[in-house]
Write a protein that binds this ligand. Structure first.
Ligand code: MRU
Length: 348
C-alpha cells in the first residue's frame, strides 16, 4: 500500500490515480483551486479520499487567505467551500468535510485568524488519521463475516487509494486475508473508468492477495455458477433508510446477489451516512463526460454523432443489502432504525 494523500512542507501530495497501474507518480499542490481540479479530474477519487482531500484543500486555501479581520476571513472561506462543493456531487464525505471545517471556524471565532488557520490544518490531518483508523476497524468488523476460503466479488475501487489508507471494502478483504491467507478476490473491470481493472487489481497484487479480473458483464455468469460466495462494495452515500449510492453497476450486482442467495455487503465509514436524505431517490447522481464512454485510451471507439449518457453512480435499494459494515459495528436491517442508532452512538 502506498499513501494516497499527505502533507509535505505545507503542500498537498497526492498519488495520481489516472496514471495507475503503469506509473506511480505523485503530484504536488500549493493552491486550493488545483486541488479542486484534481478531484474533478480523478487524480484522487473514492468517497473517503475525496473527503480527506477536501479537508486538506480547505486548510491549504485558508493558509493563503489574506484577511484584515475574522469576517473577511469567513467570507473568503465561504468562497473556498463553494469551489469544493462544485467538484463532485455524489460522495457525501465531501460535504461532511466542508461542514466539519466550517464548524471549526465558527467554534473558534474568538481565537484569531492565524490560530484558526493552524487549527484547520490540524483538523485536516485529524480527518486523514481518523479515516485510516476507521478503515482498520471496518476491516476487523467485516472480516468476522467472511469464512475461510471465501471467493469474494468486489466492484470499482474501495481500497487504500479510495481512502486515506487501507480501504473500506478492500479493508475487509485485507483483514480477512490476514486472518485466513486463503481467500480469493474477483474484481470487475468497472466500465467506463476501469477503477476495478486499473486500481483494485493493482492494490491487491501489491499485497499478494489472489485476484482475478473479470468483465462487468460476466458477473452473472460467475455468480450463478457458484464461483462467488459473497459481494462487497464501498459506498458514496448511504441514505437514512439504507439505500446506497455507489459506482454505476453496483445495483446490478446487488440484484444478482439476491437472485442467487449470496450476501451483498456494503463497507463504509459513518461519515458516508447522510441522515438528511430519507431515501436513495434524493441522492444526487453525477453525470460524467461522454468521452469516458466513446473513447478508450484516448482512441474513439463509438461512431460520431451517437447519443451518450454517462451516470457515474447508481442507487442500490436497502432491501438488497445484507449488512452495512462500519467502524462502529455491522448494521443489519431494519436500516431505518439501526442506522440512526449507530449514527447517534458515533456523535454522543
Ligand atoms: O468515481 P469514483 O472512482 O470516485 O467512485 C468510487 C466508488 O464508487 C467507490 O466504491 C466509493 O467511493 C467507495 S470508496 C471507499
Amino acid at each position: 500500500m502506498k499513501p494516497t494523500i499527505f502533507w509535505r512542507d505545507k503542500k498537498i501530495i497526492m498519488m495520481d490515480q489516472r496514471k495507475l497501474p503503469f506509473k506511480e507518480e505523485y503530484q504536488e499542490y500549493s493552491d486550493f483551486n488545483e486541488v479542486a481540479v484534481a478531484i474533478k479530474d480523478m487524480v484522487i477519487r473514492g468517497a473517503p479520499a475525496i473527503g480527506v482531500a477536501v479537508a486538506m484543500g480547505i486548510a491549504l486555501g485558508a493558509s493563503r487567505v489574506k484577511a484584515k479581520d475574522y469576517n473577511e476571513f469567513k467570507e473568503k472561506m465561504e468562497h473556498i467551500f463553494k469551489v469544493f462543493k462544485e467538484t463532485r456531487p455524489t460522495a457525501v464525505n465531501l460535504f461532511w468535510s466542508i461542514n466539519r471545517m466550517r464548524d471549526l471556524i465558527f467554534r473558534n471565532i474568538e481565537s484569531g485568524v492565524e490560530t484558526v488557520k493552524r487549527l484547520l490544518y490540524e483538523e485536516s490531518e485529524k480527518i486523514r488519521e481518523e479515516d485510516e483508523k476507521a478503515n482498520r476497524l471496518i476491516g476487523a468488523n467485516g472480516a468476522k463475516l467472511i469464512k475461510s476460503g471465501a471467493k469474494i466479488l468486489t466492484y470499482c475501487n474501495a481500497g487504500s487509494l479510495a481512502t486515506a489508507f487501507y480501504g473500506t471494502a478492500l479493508g475487509v478483504i485485507r483483514s480477512a486475508w490476514e486472518k485466513y491467507k486463503n481467500i480469493e478476490v474477483f474484481s470487475c473491470e468497472t466500465r467506463p473508468y476501469l477503477q476495478g481493472a486499473r486500481l483494485t487489481t493493482w492494490e491487491l497484487l501489491e499485497d499478494n492477495i489472489p485476484v482475478t479480473l473479470i468483465t462487468d458483464n460476466s458477473a452473472g455468469y460467475f455468480i450463478s455458477n457458484k464461483f462467488i460466495d459473497l459481494i462487497i462494495t464501498g459506498a458514496d452515500r448511504i441514505a437514512a433508510n439504507g439505500d446506497t449510492a455507489n459506482k454505476i453497476g453496483t445495483y446490478t450486482l446487488a440484484v444478482l446477489a439476491k437472485e442467487n442467495n449470496i450476501p451483498f455487503f456494503v463497507a463504509a465509514p459513518v461519515s458516508t451516512i447522510d441522515l438528511s436524505i430519507p431515501d436513495g431517490k434524493k441522492i444526487p447522481i453525477e453525470k460524467r463526460n461522454e468521452d469516458e464512454v466513446t473513447h478508450f485510451l484516448d482512441k474513439r471507439i463509438a461512431p460520431f454523432g451517437v447519443k451518450v449518457v454517462n451516470p457515474a453512480f447508481d442507487v442500490t435499494p436497502s432491501h438488497f443489502i445484507t449488512s452495512i459494515i462500519t467502524e462502529k459495528g455491522v448494521i443489519k436491517p431494519p436500516y431505518d432504525v439501526n442506522i440512526s442508532l449507530i449514527y447517534d452512538s458515533f456523535f454522543h
